[in-house]
Design a protein around this ligand. Structure first.
Ligand code: F6P
Length: 339
């Protein structure tokens, strides 16, 4: 019997529980592995906090947001005694391999551990959809649906008051959520870091639209766009800037350039909470079952990924490169509908 440890680290994301369930159910079905849940991400691995997972332990969690294992932003390389405590926990629990479910910071830590001989299998996770080597990450579809629902609601109030509403969305340095939700919600302009549009051009587009009798507009703003004035952001332990609020800087500029009343809605963590969409549940489940197979079959230093319609495994190193940006063709489609 081999023992598979599983942990969720970094920011949460709808679908984490579906992965945990997938790993556990597949291990139980195979009958050659047991699963141990590691609590609070890397912190639990450093402090030896675990709980056994069996089929009953993962019933009823498929559609639940958050993570039943908890998560943290602690990291064995940045904090504590690094690897020693990790090694102790693995030995104490007879863990043969750890399935690490995380975003790019977590996966980079997993890669470092793998390079130092630790047995890990990665599962990519983020609402931002910016991890290289996989076509989509679970959580993204849910975030896009939440933003689309918000836009549908904001359109009617914007129309009633003849306002411009800026909807700020997450995504860090990439504009995937903004672009997909902007397209799905019929936004009149979309601002993302990859393809900056000068605010004068946005104002021209909005003025033209309002002149034609549509005197309200929705502009989706990705949190990572360049602010009109420089801002110092706090950083997390992986060195990522804590973003949020850029739309409040952009709104007065749009209002001055257009003369239209301009308001801001920052959706924030609403985009990460609650139940995953059907797409994310299925993707997360497939990634989880596949990760369990790789772990039980002795594969190490790899990550499960979606390529086209198939789940494949790729070297962890392939995921730990520059985050993946929005394709120019996709943004060109979005631009077609500006104004
Ligand atoms: O990476 C996922 C994400 O939700 C980003 O879109 C966002 O910038 C960041 O995490 C927020 O992190 P935190 O929950 O630490 O504020």
């Amino acid at each position: 019997m081999s023992v598979i440890g599983v942990l969720t680290a970094g920011g949460d994301c709808p679908g984490l529980n579906a992965v945990i369930r997938g790993v556990t159910a597949r291990a139980v079905e195979r009958g050659d592995s047991e699963v141990v849940g590691i609590l609070n991400g890397w912190e639990g691995l450093m402090e030896g906090r675990t709980r056994p997972l069996d089929r009953d332990a993962v019933r009823g969690i498929l559609g639940r947001g958050g993570t039943i294992l908890g998560t943290s932003r602690k990291d064995p390389i940045v904090h504590g005694d690094g690897y020693e405590s990790v090694r102790r926990t693995l030995e104490a629990n007879d863990i043969d391999v750890v399935v690490v479910i995380g975003g790019d910071g977590t996966l980079r830590t997993a890669l470092r551990l793998a390079e130092d001989g630790f047995p890990v299998v990665g599962v990519p996770k983020t609402i931002d959809n910016d991890i290289a080597a996989t076509d989509f990450t679970f959580g993204f579809d849910t975030a896009v649906q939440i933003v689309t629902d918000a836009i549908d609601r904001l359109v009617t109030t914007a129309e009633a008051h003849n306002r411009v509403i800026l909807v700020e969305v997450m995504g860090r340095t990439k504009g995937w959520i903004a672009t997909h939700a902007g397209l799905a919600g019929g936004a009149d302009a979309i601002l993302i870091p990859e393809y900056p549009v000068p605010l004068e051009e946005v104002a021209t587009v909005l003025r033209r639209r309002h002149r034609r009798g549509h005197d309200y507009s929705i502009v989706v703003v990705a949190e990572g766009v360049e602010p009109p004035a420089k801002v110092e952001h706090a950083k997390d332990i992986f060195g990522f800037e804590r973003l949020g609020g850029v739309a409040y800087q952009i709104a007065p500029v749009i209002e001055r350039l257009t003369g239209f009343e301009t308001r801001v809605t920052v959706l924030g963590h609403l985009q990460r909470g609650g139940t995953p969409t059907a797409f994310d549940r299925v993707l997360a489940t497939r990634l989880g079952t596949s990760a369990a197979d790789l772990a039980a079959d002795g594969k190490r230093g790899v990550m499960v990924a979606l390529r086209g319609a198939r789940i494949v495994d790729v070297p962890l190193a392939e995921a730990c490169v520059e985050p993946r940006g929005v394709d120019p063709e996709l943004f060109a489609v979005a631009r077609t509908f500006f104004g």
